[in-house]
Design a protein around this ligand. Sequence first.
Ligand SMILES: [Zn+2]
Length: 456
Amino acid sequence: MPQVVDRLAIAAAKLSAKAIRVAGLGMGSNLPGKVARKLSPSVLNKLAAQSRLGVIAVSGTNGKSTTSGFLASILSKAGYRVVHNRQGANLVTGITATLIDEASWTGTLDTDYCLFEIDEASLPVVASEIKIGNIIVTNLFRDQLDRFGELDTTARLINKGIAINNSEAVLNADDPNVASLAPESKHLYYGIESLAASSTNQAGLLAELSYCNKCGKEYSYDLIFYGQLGHYTCSSCQNKRPTPDVSAHNVDVRSSGSSFQIKFGNVASDIRLNLPGLFNVYNALAAAAIAFQMDIAAETIREGLNKYSTLFGRSEKLVIEGKPILIQLIKNPAGASQVVASVAGDPNAKILIAINDNLADGRDISWLWDAEFEQLSTARENVIVSGQRAEDMAVRMKYAGLPPEQIQVVTPLEKALKQALDTTDDQQTLWILPTYTCLLELQKILKSMGYSLSGT
Ligand SMILES: [Zn+2]
């Protein structure tokens, strides 16, 4: 009586998920999946097989959450129902838990697509249990500590994951580590064709050496975007960047967002993203590639990408340990001044400001001096400053008129968050003002605590 077993497994998992939520343990994304898989090892297969149009996976080093977020947004705009592991539970147990959460108590799953971001090492495991139609690979970066050939191991795992179901590989043509994957499979390539004149000064930053996967010689680049991503050719064999099926043209990258044109055959769409950074152009492009191939209208793709990036840029509210938290991205003087004005208007505000100066934040942090932090000079509580540029922010707050003894420098963001939470009482609101990459880091920290932000 396999169905009875599945119902039992699903009920047990749903109840354990509920118990974890009620107890406020907040670390529950894997446990319900573990419970269900123990009771019914085929539960993942049985649930995923109910998706009417198939399963899509997103893997790679960076950008999995954003790429699947973009794609979920496009698919919803196109009128499809999508189940998506948006809490970032990207191991097999977390994916199982996501499906159980969406399924009815009798184990029925009503969805057109299942969309999963999957950890690279878990891809073959998931692929051996469910049929994955398309696998998007975002990029494969060498870890700074990659002395043991982990990149090759990761590439092998992804290749294996693609081969199991003979999935279509949706690959970043500009990343030689990705474009060379799954040579035997069906391919759809995406890549950046050209940058706008105003953005060419961004190109080539953080460039990394890369070697031909066929003959081992160093690639030469006509154009390099960042890391090993660009237009490469091997000077000794015929190996080179494949021509993308879906391409971005005239990419204009600014700290507030970017604009570009996406082309697929004869179809073109002008895209505006409210997210900074070339890497987000790649994330959008990867999602658009698969959407174009599904014949989703260019206008729907444009709207889906725009909507998701706008949502992400807005403020986020959540409650942790009974304390309300408000997160507001800050990225330029005008926007930051507005955010600071709202903080100043809250007499019960506890404040954490986190500043990084990575490429996506803008390398130049002089804008902090143009934002009106003076509005916080009469803050009653201590202000915690964090991030790579915590010291600079401390100086900025001092010149804004806040007494030095009220400024606390806690550079590691996780530590700063803990300290801020510990000193916030339940009558107060904790305002967190991060720059973009601090927000990404914050997401990861919150995820590890069992909380998720809506844009992720
Ligand atoms: Zn070569």
